[in-house]
Design a protein around this ligand. Structure first.
Ligand code: PNW
Length: 478
């Protein structure tokens, strides 16, 4: 059973689908630059054209309608709207594009959920220090206010920043995402800190200047796997699991939902490691200033991106200064969990139910939107993707159990992704879509997968059910 108002959506992100990287006055962003450097991305793939959604938006809309979605999650390209990242220079063509997308969605009775930042910083701002610079928070806030002002009459669900963890760690610690910095043990903490400051400023702006009139809700999308001790009952593994949670989910959720500050365990682990390595002085984990807008309470709902589950044990570090040494926790895969597509993606639908219960208990029972969840394929074309279809069925059943049995306040579920798209460092080699996209075809033709067709059938069933039972608040989904 699902609440009648439950949001059934699919998600995408600007850089992964739009293409049009230089179209109509768009400025370059860090992914444009990163992909054009040799050796960064699988077989030198890039998002110059991607699914060409900048030109083919109507095709995407057809896909959305074919699935019968109630919601669509998209992201805005900051550099398409503000080519150099700042508000004096607005690219009206970019505004027109997103106005059309939003208006078309609403005309088809689909509610947009809009992400302001999904990994694609304008290069002009990177050149001024990017997310490592404290100034980025006010720049982001100006961009956010511009978007609330321009689109907020129609957009009621906002995500400020998608996956600050991935931006900070992959982009600034490991260097596998743009901007490709490898500054282990320092930069990621600084970036995460400025992302929290930027998010909080934007939330406060919405709260003070737009909420009364626009009546929307704002959050940030936090990615988290479900973690369990490698050996149940083993004290060291249990402690390592707690540390792992503190350094991933806790890093961003604790300040926003619990205390306004980082988990104590995160700070003490980092400081103990610094001491061990003979580094004295101030903590590598920055502190929030009392003179700035508070971080606590800056989310109107919990936005969760869940992909997989992990077993945890102590260790895994390189012996030098790095985040893994700080957290002193290593993840391993349970051999009984099947792997789909990419090596990091073990298929564990029941982990989502456990994580939802954990979020309810740890973060004071927030309203939760699952803003991403999906299953990847690699290798030859498989339109009959029975495994993915089974994955969605099993996962949605776990969400139903979380709602019914654990009484978690889940408000919506967004599949990642509507379309096969540019999967970051893996380029186009990894496919997450409910629709297949032919990247060899200039028209980038979209073809529904079996998993998409199965979702479509379920949505139809649900719609008929709503029409036949107009007064019911709970609806069965079978
Ligand atoms: C998310 N990991 O990123 C992003 O929000 C999407 O843009 C992306 O396409 C999707 O997940 C699938 O990868 C992640 O390695 C990337 O743990 C990598 C990881 C997690 C999330």
């Amino acid at each position: 059973m699902f609440p009648r108002e439950f949001a059934w959506g699919a998600a995408t992100a600007a850089y992964q689908i739009e293409g049009g990287w230089q179209a109509d006055g768009k400025g370059p962003n860090i992914w444009d630059i990163f992909c054009h450097e040799k050796g960064r991305v699988f077989e030198e793939h890039n998002g110059d054209v991607a699914c060409n959604s900048y030109e083919l938006w109507e095709k995407d809309l057809e896909c959305i309608q074919q699935l019968g979605l109630t919601h669509y999650r998209l992201s805005l390209s900051w550099a398409r709207l503000l080519p150099d990242g700042t508000t004096p220079h607005v690219n009206q063509k970019g505004v027109q594009y997103y106005n059309k997308v939003i208006d078309d969605l609403l005309a088809c009775n689909v509610s947009p959920m809009v992400t302001l930042y999904h990994f694609d910083l304008p290069q002009a701002l990177q050149d001024q220090g990017g997310w490592k610079s404290p100034d980025i928070a006010t720049l982001f806030d100006s961009y956010a206010k511009f978007c609330f002002q321009t689109f907020g009459d129609r957009v009621k669900l906002w995500i400020t920043i998608n996956e600050p963890y991935v931006c900070a760690k992959f982009g600034h610690e490991d260097g596998i995402h743009a901007p490709g910095l490898k500054e282990p043990g320092t930069a990621a903490y600084l970036v995460g800190h400025n992302m929290l400051r930027a998010h909080a400023m934007a939330w406060h702006s919405y709260n003070s200047f737009y909420r009364t009139k626009q009546k929307g809700a704002v959050s940030l999308a936090i990615n988290s796997d479900w973690h369990e001790p490698l050996h149940a009952g083993c004290t060291e593994d249990i402690a390592a699991t707690e540390r792992y949670f503190a350094f991933t989910l806790g890093w961003f959720a604790w300040p926003v939902f619990v205390t306004g500050d980082y988990p104590e365990l995160m700070r003490s682990s980092i400081d103990a490691q610094s001491k061990k390595m003979g580094c004295s002085g101030s903590s590598r984990l920055p502190s929030f200033s009392k003179d700035e807008p508070a971080i606590l309470g800056t989310a109107d709902f919990f936005a969760l991106n869940y992909y997989t589950s992990r077993k945890v044990k102590p260790g895994g570090g390189c012996g030098k200064m790095c985040m893994v040494c700080d957290q002193d926790a290593e993840v391993v895969l349970d051999p009984s969990w099947p792997i789909c597509g990419v090596s990091w993606l073990a298929v564990v639908p029941h982990g989502l139910r456990k994580l939802l219960k954990y979020i309810k208990d740890t973060f004071n029972n927030p309203a939760v939107y699952i803003t991403e969840n999906g299953f990847s394929q690699v290798g030859p074309l498989q339109i009959e993707d029975v495994q993915r279809s089974g994955f969605y069925k099993d996962t949605i059943l776990e969400v139903a159990k979380a709602i019914q049995e654990d009484e978690v306040n889940v408000r919506g579920y967004f599949a990642w992704s509507l379309l096969d798209n540019f999967e970051w460092a893996d380029g186009f080699s990894v496919r997450f879509g409910l629709f297949h996209v032919d990247f060899a075809d200039a028209k980038r033709s979209r073809t529904i997968y079996q998993s998409g067709r199965d979702q479509q059938k379920k949505r139809c069933h649900l719609t008929c059910h709503i029409e036949k039972n107009p007064s019911k608040t709970q609806l069965s989904y079978c």
